[in-house]
Design a protein around this ligand. Structure first.
Ligand code: SAH
Length: 345
């Protein structure tokens, strides 16, 4: 079956049945894919790993995604939102640590109107013109996306979650439409953002066919970034009894995406670090080239719980940078002070 790995490496795409076969492949093929992905990461990005300072600025959310710990109906979630000044302080701290990309992520919080979001974008871009600003604040109208872009936002992360409509409907309440999610991604691309899509590996009801469709969708969208992490159940959601996504399958997906889109930005996610103590390192060995440490004030970190047992939420996590540096050096790479734009244009 290593033949299929070579075929993917040559053609940068496979048919759906071929992807399914690859997803079910043996250990030898998986190792071949990993080695090819690592080689491509090195060819395109050398030993450089880009860092993004993640600011989780609100956990209020009007949406009700069945898998997510900050969903509207989770009454046990202690809600917070950061003030303008708190957000600016996070950026200052991040800038001093050498971060040149800030990611504003949050639930879909109606308090943060377009006016408020634009005010924050403008302030950050004015104070840190050498930094890139990424938004990850969910589904908005095309007009809103355009306003944020015109105020200076550079990138937008919106995972498609699954490329299969029926599967999408199993993960979301009825009013959250698959078509809306896909339309949002199209709009973001048209406006000119550097766009990131992605999905959870091992989400409830996901099949190998679904994963194959995700890969084909990603190839077609040709985004600048792809966020992949294992699904991890959250005790206060209906999916509490579903098993978590596995390390092996997540690493395999990272490698396949790296081979399909050699220049794409691929984070080794916090969820991956949560299911395995060496998740970040193994993610990098499998082809990832980005890490997104948390810049949120330590006091609120434990409340941004999309899933159970999230790492780096305790007091010790203020030293994230040196811990990360050591981890990244252990796999022969180094963190760089750089905006880290995608080479996949
Ligand atoms: N509200 C924004 C951003 C926050 S959610 C949005 O919808 O885009 C960011 C991502 O976290 C989601 O896209 C989802 O893929 C992931 N996520 C949510 N719940 C999760 C869980 N239980 N396990 C793993 N990842 C999860």
């Amino acid at each position: 079956m290593t033949d299929l790995a070579e075929k993917l490496y040559r053609n940068k795409i496979l048919s759906k049945p071929e992807f399914v076969e690859l997803i079910n492949s043996d250990a030898e093929t998986r190792e071949r894919l990993r080695a090819l992905a690592e080689k491509l990461r090195k060819e395109n990005y050398g030993d450089e790993i880009y860092v993004r300072g993640l600011i989780e600025f609100t956990n209020y959310c009007k949406q009700n995604c069945l898998y997510c710990g900050i969903r509207r109906d989770n009454k046990n979630c202690s809600r917070y939102r950061l003030s303008f000044d708190e957000i600016m302080r996070c950026c200052k701290e991040g800038y001093n640590l050498g971060f040149r990309t800030f990611v504003l992520q949050g639930g879909e919080d109606p308090y943060f109107t377009d006016e408020r979001i634009c005010e924050i974008i403008k302030a950050i871009k004015e104070k840190y013109p050498d930094c890139a600003l990424t938004l990850s604040i969910g589904e908005k109208s095309k007009e809103s996306y355009k306003r944020y872009f015109d105020c200076g936002a550079d990138r937008y992360l919106l995972r498609h979650e699954t490329a299969d409509k029926t599967h999408y409907e199993k993960l979301h309440p009825e009013n959250q439409k698959f078509e809306t999610r896909i339309k949002c991604l199209e709009n973001l691309k048209k406006i000119g953002y550097q766009v990131g899509c992605g999905f959870m590996v091992g989400s409830p009801y996901q099949t190998a066919e679904n994963l194959a469709e995700d890969l084909i969708y990603i190839k077609k969208l040709n985004p600048q970034m792809v966020g992949l992490g294992p699904f991890i159940h959250h005790a206060q959601t209906e999916f509490r009894d579903f098993p978590n996504g596995t390390l092996e399958l997540t690493l395999l997906m990272i490698s396949i995406v790296r081979i399909m889109l050699p220049k794409v930005l691929l984070p080794a996610t916090t969820a991956l670090a949560t299911i395995n103590p060496l998740g970040r390192e193994l993610g990098i060995k499998a082809g990832a080239n980005v890490v997104m440490p948390n810049l949120s004030p330590v006091a609120v970190r434990k409340d941004y719980q999309l899933y159970d047992n999230k790492v780096c939420t305790g007091d010790e996590s203020a030293q994230c940078k040196s811990c990360l540096e050591k981890r990244i050096e252990s796999v022969g790479c180094k963190i760089v002070i750089d905006r880290g734009d995608s080479k996949n244009n």
